[in-house]
Ligand binder design. Structure first.
Ligand code: NAD
Ligand code: TYD
Length: 337
């Protein structure tokens, strides 16, 4: 079994590579990543010695390059994590989000069709459903909740989802989609809430909470997301969408206060709200639970403690990002391999 993991130098993709190499020591994993600011090849250093792992620096929108690679490597499965993933950046510059998230997905699916790849999996997000009101805790996103996006990021992910569904129906592409809630854990780029707050608290920089801090996110430990995708690849039904989430709803203020408690310091500052800020996300994970038997293994209390400890013990990983050293790693060390 050979799996192409796109975006594998990012947060969830790298965790997925480590998870798969451990769970399936006989699988071959090829990571395809263009190494944008969010791609950190240093994260993957522990995988370099594994003969079943290889890395290719490539942009998923590069059709000719992607076709060459499919022809050469002939993957059995493609799991597409590659994306521009930060809502705030999408508000400043939507264009790259449309290119990578929509057109890049199309190129990968075209390659799957052209070279007869047996399976395509699209890693999507609960943000495609828009948001839920705070005063209706009885409401959750199911797979049939209408798509109703708020940001250029979520609009680009929803567009990609629609394109995947169109390829399934029109071309009989053998594909699945998963829509997960907010992930947290090791190797997340420190522009997202949890690693940013840990990093700022350590450096005695104020912790910027948007608006009133009462926006709710449904947090899932990244390894549980990886396990769910592995299960969908193994047992998921072609053409289906699976929501992934573990009923861990927290408002931002509570998350930040928990971080301050464990780091032992940190000062909150309330800042201007994000434009179009989604109020609440909450996943109903019944389908993946009842049909595939998936349940999250890590509670928020355990996961957040583990995550904070990881960042505190891996200060070098964070400081390589702050200094920009991680961006030089490919040219300096890996390109010579
Ligand atoms: P990330 O920003 O940490 O990583 C994205 C990776 O994709 C980076 O390594 C980057 O270099 C690579 N990439 C970007 N553009 C590329 C291109 N054109 N060609 C090749 N590689 C490219 O993102 P993440 O948080 O790991 O998210 C991964 C996927 O999971 C995304 O599709 C995202 O929408 C989805 N998702 C994320 C979350 C979350 O909480 N982080 C939740 C649900 C779904
Ligand atoms: P984020 O990690 O960007 O994920 P998403 O917007 O995709 O859910 O943000 C999580 C929540 O935290 C969101 O409600 C915005 C908020 N937030 C802040 O309050 N301050 C910050 O500095 C950041 C990055 C996010």
């Amino acid at each position: 079994m050979k799996i192409f993991v796109t975006g594998g130098a990012g947060f969830i993709g790298s965790n997925f590579i480590f998870y798969m190499l451990k769970q399936h020591p006989d699988y071959k994993i090829v990571c395809l990543d263009s190494l944008t600011y969010a791609g950190n090849l240093m994260t993957l250093i522990p995988a370099f010695d594994n003969p079943n792992f290889s890395f290719v620096k490539i942009d998923i929108t590069n059709r000719a390059g992607i076709y060459n690679l499919f022809e050469k490597e002939n993957p059995d499965v493609v799991v597409n994590f590659a994306a521009e993933s930060h809502v705030d950046r999408s508000i400043v510059n939507p264009e790259i989000f449309l290119q990578t998230n929509i057109l890049g997905t199309q190129v990968l699916m075209d390659a799957c069709r052209k070279f007869g790849t047996k399976r395509f999996h699209q890693v999507s997000t609960d943000e495609v459903y828009g948001d839920l009101p705070l005063d209706r805790p009885d409401l959750f996103f199911t797979e049939s909740t209408p798509l109703h996006t708020s940001s250029p990021y979520s609009a680009s992910k929803a567009s990609a989802d629609l394109l995947v569904l169109a390829y399934i129906r029109t071309y009989k592409l053998s594909a699945t989609i998963s829509r997960c809630s907010n992930n947290y854990g090791p190797y997340q780029f420190p522009e997202k809430l949890i690693p940013l707050m840990i990093s700022n608290a350590q450096k005695n920089i104020p912790l910027p909470v948007y608006g009133d801090g009462l926006n709710v996110r449904d947090w899932l430990y990244v390894e549980d997301h990886c396990a769910a995708i592995d299960l969908i690849l193994e047992k998921g039904k072609i053409g289906e969408v699976y929501n992934i989430g573990g009923h861990n709803e927290k408002n931002n203020l509570d998350v930040v206060k928990t971080i301050i408690k464990y780091v032992g310091k940190g000062e909150i500052t309330f800042v201007k709200d994000r434009a179009g800020h989604d109020r609440r996300y909450a996943i109903n994970p019944n389908k993946i639970h009842t049909e595939l038997g998936w349940l999250p293994a890590t509670s928020f209390d355990v996961g957040i403690k583990k995550t904070i400890e990881w960042y505190l013990n891996n200060n070098e990983w964070l400081s390589n990002i702050s200094s920009g050293k991680y961006l030089e790693y490919y040219d300096k060390y890996y390109a010579k391999k």
